[in-house]
Each structure stands twice: as structure tokens, then as C-alpha cells.
Design a protein around this ligand. Sequence first.
Ligand SMILES: Nc1ncnc2c1ncn2[C@@H]1O[C@H](COP(=O)(O)OP(=O)(O)O)[C@@H](O)[C@H]1O
Ligand SMILES: [Mg+2]
Length: 444
Amino acid sequence: MPSAMKIAIVDDEKDMRQSISQWLALSGYDTEAFPSAEEALKSLGADYPGIVVTDIRMPGMDGMQFLKKLMGADSSLPVIMITGHGDVPMAVEAMRIGAFDFLEKPFNPDRMTELAKKATNARRMTLDSRALRKELSDGGQLMKKLIGTSQAMERLKEDILDLGQADGHVLIEGETGTGKTLVAHALHAVGARAGKKFVSVSCAAFEEDALIKRLFGPMQPDDNQLPAVEEARGGTLVLEDIESLSEAAQARLLTHINQDGTPPETRIVAISNMQDEGRTCEDALRPDLFYRLASLRITLPPLRQRGEDILTLFTRFSDQFADDYGCDAPQVSAQEATQLLQSLLPDNVRQLFNVAERAVLQSRRGSGTIASLLISDHQDMQPVMTTEGKPLKEYVEAFERMLIDNTMRRHKGSIAAVMDELCLPRRTLNEKMAKYGLQRSDYL
Ligand SMILES: Nc1ncnc2c1ncn2[C@@H]1O[C@H](COP(=O)(O)OP(=O)(O)O)[C@@H](O)[C@H]1O
Ligand SMILES: [Mg+2]
């Protein structure tokens, strides 16, 4: 059970304050009364666990100014305004500023309770979703798996949190290995459907008839699996390789979506593998289906467009593999770092993951270079180095970040040792760590 919501009552007239307090306390609320807006502001902040009821006409700061201050601190805090008889224009202005509602004096106490109930319910929902968001962005396991500090990755994490809470179907597009499947899992895990079924079907993995049967049935009596749309009911249905969906299957899917209602009971996350710039799943799907599926969209950038993440990902992956294989992670030389930053990586993060594993195995044997791994992966691609250059600043920053990260690791978070090794004053080191999102506590 959540604890009782608070109600802050602000009125300069003592009798009024007391009677509102008593009435609302009788209705089960935890009330606190303030004789002035100034007094109240000392206790009311952004995440106030309740609502505010305030008089408009007060000496000192009046209710309208008070409302503006409160809205500035937390625009979704419900504030109920009490207006004198004939203050309608003021009440209208208060609503425009963001008041939850207003009550004209003298008011019916039942109407007050009713409004308080509506406002506290709204408040509880806001605070719950804030808490959830915070928890997920602080500690959500899947969100933590999403490595990267580039602007694109930060945006992506925000988008996942936003779309996770939203209602429509989602289309995820991106080149192979950019993290589409991982993002589909994260979307499910951070949303209201977390804990419900997560069912994934690849549209490219079945012949046409078999796919329709897998998705919609009918199943035979001895099939021990429900059709995917039934299995996923209330949860998330992921359709990988959506561009492979045949016309007949598209028609069935559209019918299903139309029957499922708005907002949909089951969220569909369609995943489209963009092979090259030219062709998108918009070309492959009938428009009416496309627009239903693409009501919300996430496009994953290829790794070559977020250079800063390359070395971060590589370091994290090779640490992980070094742990798995019980050996030390390879030290990446400046030259190798540059080669990684410049390589094409057509399979994006997946490729980096594979290269990291092989680099760890190589270094355990004590032979081989990272450059050779990049070449042998794509013999047909000449040259390995991309002609698609990046600004020098990006190389320098990615390299700088990796170097500080590596050194912090080696010295287990000892700032003094790192300052010494890299010949950096403390202040510069602190600034750089802040800039690259590195935290000392992660190395202790
Ligand atoms: N931002 C990321 N942080 C950490 N690992 C990632 C990230 N993006 C992708 N991966 C990993 O890379 C591999 C490929 O990702 P995946 O989601 O399968 O790509 P896609 O579905 O786009 O082909 C997986 O092992 C995945 O866990
Ligand atoms: Mg995938």
C-alpha cells in the first residue's frame, strides 16, 4: 500500500485552514496547513508526495504568484485554487497557468473531497511513473546492458524509456548488428508490459504458410504451442525481419491489429533490417499496415556514426571475455585503437563483439594483432580502412577516454596513481572523467 497522499493547505485565514484540514483529514489524507505561500514554499518541492489546496487572495505572495512558483518547480503538481465569489477571470487565468482545478467559496465539502481524490490519484500516477523511470535509468538491468556514451546512445536510452511507457506499436530499424533485438527486449522490460509475455518470431525464418500458422493458427490438437498472437496476448509480440512478410500474411496481420483495438492489447514491435540506404521496409509493406506498425519509431544508427562508442564497447566486451576465459584483457595500443576507429565494421556492434572475443583469445596465446582480425573478418572488403573519415576531435576524444578508462582500471580507481601515470593535474583529470561519464566508484 502506498502511504497516504499529503495535502498542503495554504490560507491566511485560520478558521478556513482548520476546517479544510479537518475535513480532508477525515477523508483519510495526511494534511499540513500553512498560513502563507512563503511558509508553504519552504516545504513544497519538485517531488512533493501530494497536492496543494490554496486560497488566491492572501497578503504577501498571492495565490497566483504562488501557483507560478509551484509550476516552475514541478509542472505536474496538482494545485487546487480557492477563489472568492466573482473571481472567475482569475480562476480562468489560474487554469491557464496550470492549476488542476478551482473551487468557488463558499464550497461544498463533498466537491472538495471529490477534487482532492482526483488530484491525488493523478499525483500518484505521476510519481509512480517518475519513480519507475528513475529506477530503470539508474539500475534497469537491460538498460545497463546498453553500452555507449555517444549522444546517439543517450538519445536512444531516453527514447526507450519514453516509448516503453507509450501505447502504440513500434518499428525498429537499423543495419544488422546495431542492437535492434536488444532494444526490443529493453522496450518490453521498461514498459507496462514487463512481466507479461515476450514472444519473438522471425518472418524470414518460415515459408509463407508456416509463418501464417505460427502467427495466427489454427494449431493442431497435438501442437504444444499457441499461435504467436495468442501467446503474446497482453504482452509484446516481436516480428523480426518484418520486410519479409508476404502479402497474405500482411493482410492477416492488419486484420489482427484492427481487432486488437486502440490502445492495442498486445504491443507489436516490428524489426526491420535495413540492408542498404535505398530500400526500407516502407517499400516492402502495404501502406496501411506500415503506418499502423510505425506509429512509434526507433532508428538505430550504424556504429560508424557513433565513433565515440567504438572503443568503449570494445573495452567492455574484451573485459567481459577476459573474465569468461580467465585471462587479462588485451591492452589496446594507440595504433590499434585508431584502426578500430577507422574500420568499416559492416556488422556493427555484433562484429565488434566477435572481434573482442578473438582479440582476447589471441592475447591469451600471446600472438596476433587486432588489425588482422578486422581484415580476416571481411576478406572481400578492400580496403579495411574506411574512406568515410571522422573529425580528428572524435578520434582524439575516443582515444583519451579509453586511455583514462584503462588507467583507472589498472590502478583500481586510485586517482593519485592515475594523475601520476598520465601526468595530469587533479582538476583536469576530474573534468575529463566528468566529460566522458567515467566514475571513480566504478573502479574501486
Ligand atoms: N549498445 C549496445 N551495448 C551493448 N551491446 C550491444 C549494443 N548494441 C548491440 N549490442 C550487442 O551486439 C550484438 C548484436 O545486437 P542485436 O540486438 O542482435 O543486433 P540486431 O538485432 O540489430 O542485428 C548483441 O550481442 C547485442 O547484445
Ligand atoms: Mg536482431
